[in-house]
Design a protein. Structure first.
Length: 274
């Protein structure tokens, strides 16, 4: 697959998702009755349905597979050590992410010499959390990893080098998480790590688990947003804050090193990795 086609497929995915999501919302509103779905239900259902239909269309049209297939989730050479390193990597990655999401507060702190912290209350709608759990823990990790890693990387590898395939697939993955520009760098970095996991282990299920772990931490932080953010920002970006970031770099490096060397003695991805 060419780089241009990979980008076009990603844009098609984004357009298809938005179109399906709007269609689902339109259907609900068309048949709106006195006892109807609330906005939380509407938003949650439309997102999940949009996810599933959009990816299924691409799988069927471009990948030409029946989905799901047991072979996609079967681990041939199960290694408990890899699962442990996935947990280590995911924790490290979350620690690295913190300054990226705090960029506006970092600029405020270093510009003014202090951070104006007010205790903020983050209200979480229980219905929203249920739909978010279904979307980010069950649906997104499976569909996104199958498309961006098992499909896109393998297709790109047929005409491009490893590094090029990894960077392009990661960039495409970042594009679908462009709700805000601040998501681009973390999503791109995650895409590279998840791609490395897939290339080195040859097992898509490891990438799916890694993705689910990262999203699980997001939900945990979301539920405890008030206490967590108050604690983090009251550190005022002191040595503890940056020590945690450095710890994250170490944990991520160790996890990547162990996982990428775990299968060096194994055969390469059949007919795709040179």
């Amino acid at each position: 697959m060419s780089i241009t086609k990979a980008l076009l497929l990603t844009l098609l995915l984004i357009f298809n998702f938005l179109l399906v999501q709007l269609g689902v919302i339109g259907l609900f509103e068309l048949f709106d009755q006195p006892i109807s779905l609330s906005n939380s239900h509407l938003k949650g259902v439309s997102k999940i349905v949009g996810f599933i239909i959009s990816y299924f269309v691409l799988f069927k049209v471009f990948w030409k597979v029946e989905f799901p297939r047991k072979v996609d989730f079967k681990i041939n050479n199960y290694k408990l050590s890899i699962l442990i390193y996935l947990i280590i990597m995911s924790i490290g990655l979350e620690l690295i992410y913190q300054p990226l999401f705090d960029i506006d507060k970092l600029m405020e702190f270093y510009k003014n010499g202090f951070l104006d912290i007010q205790n903020e209350n983050y209200s979480n709608n229980r219905t929203d959390l249920i739909y978010q759990f279904l979307a980010v823990i069950l649906v997104a990790p499976i569909l996104e990893e199958l498309f961006f890693r098992k499909f896109l990387i393998l297709k790109l590898l047929k005409k491009n080098k490893k590094i090029t395939s990894l960077l392009i697939s990661s960039f495409c993955f970042a594009l679908i998480h462009i709700e805000t520009p601040i998501n681009l760098i973390p999503s791109f970095f995650f895409g590279i790590l998840s791609g490395l996991i897939f290339i080195k282990t040859r097992e898509i299920l490891y990438s799916i688990i890694f993705h689910a772990l990262i999203n699980a931490y997001y939900l945990i932080f979301l539920v405890n947003a008030t206490n967590y953010n108050n604690w983090v920002y009251n550190l005022n970006f002191n040595y503890i804050y940056w020590s945690l970031v450095i710890l994250g770099l170490i944990l991520t490096f160790v996890g990547v090193k162990k996982i990428t060397s775990a299968n060096n003695d194994s055969s390469q991805i059949a007919g795709t990795v040179s």
